[in-house]
Design a protein. Structure first.
Length: 286
């Protein structure tokens, strides 16, 4: 056998070792269906968040530079892109596209902190989702900065127009509404799941119409962090991290509180965790 043939056979054996199942008890990371599924979900979140920010913030930039979109148009764009992404990747990753939504789902046991314990290489889902969402926002913001001459006047991030307290309160309120609607259409088996994208998209549009002139209507830490990192404008950025987090957690709690259950309240509250008992009423996770 020639040297080249030996080298070729070695390459074939190496490829076979990668493709073929590992010996029992020594499964590789890529041979785990759970890990592959998690990777697909994380990539879906990254792509979904990228186009969410690219389209939504892109409409803001185009309107500020060319004046051809108008504020109502920007509001509609945000609602439409959320709806489109829900129908595009919702069946893969759940289409959170928002760190506050991911964290809230995890708190109320609608999204796993980790993969199943029998996974050969268990990974934590929440940090990976958060990283994908933030990275998608940063990449989209970088793309917009490359395509347009973004100045302080054409900044597409979120900065309080009025007082900081005013923006914080309105971010909490609109994030509450967003999570309340998401919980109703995405986690309750009595709702019409096929209409989830429309309901959530219209909620985004309404929130932007109301809160856009005041706080920028972020509702999403990733939506504010990406532009801030790329343009280096960090003025009151904490408002758009704390506000959506507090609002979505309260919204998730409120819906779980009114979610139908045939158990009496005293039975729910006698357990060690009231929130945990409320979130386990035989309703499917997203």
């Amino acid at each position: 056998m020639t040297k080249s043939n030996k080298s070729r056979d070695n390459d074939i054996e190496a490829c076979a070792d990668v493709v073929a199942p590992s010996p029992r008890g020594q499964s590789g990371v890529c041979s785990s269906p759970e890990v592959v599924a998690l990777i697909q979900k994380v990539v879906a979140e990254l792509i979904g968040t990228y186009f969410l920010i690219f389209t939504g913030c892109g409409s803001v930039v185009v309107d500020k530079i060319y004046g051809s979109v108008s504020f109502p148009g920007v509001s509609v764009v945000w609602g439409l892109i959320v709806m489109v992404m829900i129908y595009s990747v919702g069946h893969i990753s759940g289409a959170h596209l928002n760190p506050a939504v991911t964290i809230t789902f995890a708190i109320f046991r609608r999204f796993p902190f980790k993969q199943a314990s029998d996974s050969p290489s268990p990974s934590s889902s929440v940090p990976l989702y958060l990283a994908a969402q933030i990275l998608g926002s940063i990449l989209a913001s970088a793309t917009l900065c490359l395509l347009f001459n973004v100045t302080k006047e054409s900044y597409f991030g979120t900065v309080p127009v009025g007082s900081v307290v005013q923006s914080l309160v309105i971010e909490i309120i609109i994030s509450f509404l967003l999570m309340f609607v998401i919980s109703g259409v995405a986690t309750d088996n009595r709702s019409i799941g096929e209409l989830a994208g429309i309901a959530v998209g219209m909620t985004i549009t309404l929130n932007v119409l109301i809160a856009g002139p005041v706080s920028g209507a972020s509702m999403n830490p990733a939506r504010s962090i990406g532009p801030a990192v790329m343009v280096h404008i960090y003025q009151n950025l904490w408002v758009y991290i704390v506000g959506p987090l507090v609002g979505t957690i309260l919204g998730g709690f409120a819906y779980n509180l009114i979610r139908f259950t045939d158990k009496p309240l005293r039975e729910l509250t006698k357990t060690t965790s009231f929130l945990e008992s409320i979130s386990r009423n035989n309703h499917p996770a997203i």
